[in-house]
Design a protein around this ligand. Structure first.
Ligand code: C2E
Ligand code: CA
Ligand code: CA
Length: 547
């Protein structure tokens, strides 16, 4: 009994000592307060005046922050300072009766002890609650709440991140029961904790999933270490268990810059990849990941068209001689239900690689014509342009299909413009010339998009039936600061005009650039300075105000 008691008090002393180490500044404050209060009491006339009660401050502080032992000790020192060392009245220098200061000492020490015990108790309760929240109570493995706590302080860039999936967890539960399964997870946790470097963290993020973070060494050897530890035979209550598991491993750098938000998703994806393909582990790599997300995007695109996740926006083109709107370019937006806005630069190139590009461009054409018709009905005959991909142009059915759609939507062909890049034309110049000519014969206008981004010379392009040259925004955005860009733009405008083309500049973002391209004789402009691409409704409102 005696032995147990002394062990308990030893534990309290250790607790108090740990508290001091955690909060050394408060101790410093207490040590300063003791003589200060002593001098306050002394200089205000001695113990018989009211200032002596100030001594409760360091005693209470000591109790709260450092527990009963330090609280009691500080109370003892305080009682000595205000006891045999303090006269009743400094004028007469009359000392206190020992009974007085001994009684005060008793009260001080009791206050220090009581507050110390109470605060230790509260601290323990708080720790207990914290433990309940951040530790899985069945497996006694930290859970994702624990991860949230360390998340901010952890430097992810120095860690390898693992997802460990227990593939046969349902089997183990069915055959041996849930208790054994929980003990197994606990055992794996303990083994990993013991076998991995000290600064490793293990979190149970799902019933059959652990996340392991271990200081990065190299992925290949880190994953081998984890595998060896999990593979060690696990015996729970003398039952040997076979654990079938899959591991995904990644670092926050695997997919470019350190992305802490998605790092666990990435390792989960790799782990699932390992699971599906019956592999022990998969090291997440950028290419594979990109291919997978690309595939997912593609797979959902058809649905997106049907579910109206995609819609067109319209960017005005300005006639620089009149400063009036001369037409619109239709551009696609995709508002994905989980990923948010996906820019066309991301999804269009993916679609272009598949047959979906035909369905897509038909959809763009139809919706652009709907808008064009709507404006016509309001009395505004404004041309609309759509972007046509290489696969479209060389699709033998593209011409017939497009003409049919145009007929169906009853829009005059002179209000329709196709934008194509020079690289599209260069795939098969002879063929593309023929196809373009067919469209032009019907009255459709052709724009050469992104001019300057390829290598063809304007002179070579004269063989194609083209009406407009759109100078790539890369040149326009640099013309103010880069003299060579200005020279290129200048000579492109001049040569285009000599060859009979109209010139559009895209990416005009400032008045300075607008004035400059006007002074160089450019015909049309498009860019944020005039208007950003707008939804169908917004563009109509914008047009009403700006026409
Ligand atoms: P693009 O055909 O060169 O379209 C012009 C792009 O420049 C648009 O980007 C437009 O929003 C942006 N832009 C316009 N003015 C400014 C400006 O002042 N500053 C800057 N920084 N950008 C400006 P968006 O809509 O993101 O489209 C990017 C590309 O994706 C398009 O380039 C086009 O190649 C493709 N795309 C977009 N919609 C479609 C579509 O419906 N069909 C096809 N085939 N391609 C499309
Ligand atoms: Ca374009
Ligand atoms: Ca362009």
């Amino acid at each position: 009994m005696q032995h147990k008691k002394s062990r308990k008090s030893l534990k309290f002393i250790i607790d108090d000592w740990i508290a001091i180490k955690k909060n050394p500044y408060i101790l410093f404050l207490i040590i300063i307060l003791l003589p200060l209060i002593y001098f306050l009491v002394y200089s205000t006339g001695g113990i018989k005046f009211v200032y002596s009660h100030s001594m409760y401050i360091p005693i209470i502080l000591a109790g709260i922050f450092y527990g009963p032992y330090v609280g009691g000790f500080i109370a003892f020192v305080a009682a000595i300072l205000l006891g045999p060392l303090m006269p009743i009245d400094t004028l007469t220098n009359e000392m206190q009766d020992p009974v007085n200061w001994l009684y005060r000492m008793l009260i001080f020490i009791l206050v220090g002890l009581i507050i110390g015990y109470a605060s230790n108790r509260l601290r323990k309760d708080a720790d207990h609650i914290e433990n309940l929240i951040s530790v899985n109570q069945e497996t006694l493995v930290p859970n994702t709440n624990h991860l949230k706590k360390i998340y901010e302080s952890l430097d992810f860039s120095t860690y390898s991140i693992f997802t460990v999936l227990i593939n046969n967890h349902q089997n183990i539960i069915d055959i041996l029961g849930i208790q054994i399964y929980h003990s197994l997870i606990h055992q794996i946790f303990v083994d990993l904790k013991r076998g991995l470097p000290e600064k490793s963290y293990i979190v149970q993020s799902d019933s059959n999933k652990l996340w392991v973070m271990t200081p990065f060494n190299d992925l290949e050897s880190d994953v081998k270490k984890v595998i060896t530890i999990i593979k060690e035979t696990k015996q729970i209550k003398n039952v040997p268990l076979y654990v079938d598991f899959s591991i995904g491993v990644t670092t926050c750098h695997s997919f470019g810059e350190c992305k802490t938000v998605t790092v666990f998703e990435d390792s989960d994806v790799s782990a699932r990849h390992a699971q599906i393909n019956n592999l022990l582990y998969v090291i997440g790599d950028k290419e594979k990941y990109k291919r997978r997300t690309d595939y997912e995007l593609l797979a959902s695109f058809n649905e997106a068209l049907i579910n109206k996740e995609t819609f067109l926006v319209f960017q005005p083109k300005i006639d620089l001689s009149t400063q009036k709107t001369f037409g619109f370019e239709a551009l696609t937006r995709w508002n994905h239900p989980t990923r948010g806005n996906i820019p066309p630069d991301v999804f269009v190139p993916l679609i272009e690689e598949t047959k979906l590009i035909h369905t897509f461009t038909d959809w763009v054409l139809k919706n652009a014509l709907i808008k064009c018709k709507e404006m016509m009905n309001q009395g505004h005959n404004l041309p609309i342009s759509i972007n046509v991909s290489a696969k479209n142009l060389y699709d033998p059915k593209f011409y017939d299909r497009s003409m049919e759609i145009i007929k169906d939507y009853d829009v005059p062909t002179h209000l329709i413009e196709f934008e194509l890049t020079e690289s599209t034309l260069m795939i098969n110049p002879k063929e593309s010339r023929k196809i373009l000519q067919n469209f032009v014969d019907q009255g459709i206008k052709i724009s050469l998009d992104d001019f300057g981004s390829g290598y063809s010379s304007l002179a070579y392009l004269t063989q194609f039936p083209i009406h407009f040259i759109k100078i790539d925004r890369f040149f326009i955005q640099n013309i103010v600061n880069d003299h060579s860009m200005l020279t290129i733009v200048e000579s492109t405008i001049e040569l285009s005009k000599n060859l009979g083309y109209k010139v559009i500049v895209e990416g005009v973002e400032t008045k300075e650039v607008a004035d400059l391209v006007i002074s160089k004789g450019c015909d049309y402009a498009q860019g944020y300075y005039y208007a950003k691409p707008m939804t169908s409704k917004d563009v109509s409102e914008w047009y009403e105000l700006n026409s």
